[in-house]
Design a protein around this ligand. Sequence first.
Ligand code: TXA
Ligand code: MG
Length: 342
Amino acid sequence: MKTEFVKFSVADGIEKYTDAANLLKDNMVVGMPTETVYGLAGNAYSDEAVKRIFEAKGRPQDNPLIVHISEFSEIYELVSEVPEKAKKLADAFWPGPLTIILPKSDKVPLLVTAGLDTVAVRCPSHPIARNLIKASGVPLAAPSANLSGKPSPTKAEHVFDDLKGRIPYIIDGGECDEGVESTVVTLATPVPKLLRPGNVTLSELKKVLGEIVVDDAVLNPLKKGEKVSSPGMKYKHYSPVAEIVLVRGDYRDFVKYVNGYKGEKVYAMIFDNEGENLDVPYIKYGIDNYKNLSHALFDSLRELDKIGAEICFVRYPDENNDDNLAVLNRLLRAAGFKVIDV
Ligand code: TXA
Ligand code: MG
């Protein structure tokens, strides 16, 4: 299949969206930018489109998709009831990087929710994503537009690298602002629960909800046989080909450890203001502050593969800073929970 790669700007009028919207109406899939990461979008009401999404990504069938809407009011078609807490969350964070899970309506196909009786809904803030939803006239199911298991795409080129020849159309809307996927919160439990941290932080959620618990799987590996709240947590994730090892400690001890490591194609991922005395090549991934770290995280992980790194030692973000939860969660998964204390 030929993959069209088309540059869009937020200033483009609705006629620019005709080709992509027509593909979506034909139950084809389209790569689209959002403020978090690129998504692989298809008509959420069409089993044919949803099957294509799973196939193109090579995604396990038991991992449900997020349904994207362009206005809050569109949620009423997707869920069986909109509780007060959902309205409060939407008021505070929509449009934006928050996904809310609620009991699904009959209209949502079970293929989208992987057989669950709940559905994940998000209203993205990216103007191109919202225009595309409007132009297609339906809610769009969209997982991150990477091959299953790879780091999520934060540039259109990442989508092209992973999915060329497998999907007909990619919208290039430039680099994503946030760089990590949305925060996922379920309201389908007696107490709201954080299933996946993102750049809507735990403390921000607490301010709006009062009470919220954090799913064990956010920072811990699953125990054998443990039931997951969010199927996505089961899988090895965000993994470049290079082996990722997190190194916890201060910069001087990091340098000592990495310089003393004997191996081929050894790289380091460090913070912006560092690099002194380090004997191996490195990539800088931001200052130790959440927005900055998340913005370039996945691009840095993909870069490691391009340069042919075999192993990469990564500086451990400050775990006492709640704002770092999203980056820490992704890094721990990329590293298969391998952490070395120095
Ligand atoms: O920022 C984002 O959320 C991006 C952009 C494209 O919007 N999308 C994204 O989708 O990250 P995906 O499919 O890569 O991740 C969705 C996560 C998975 O971990 C999945 O298991 C979980 O949300 N999820 C979806 N529906 C769920 C449900 N009904 N119950 C529990 N978890 C659910
Ligand atoms: Mg994903």
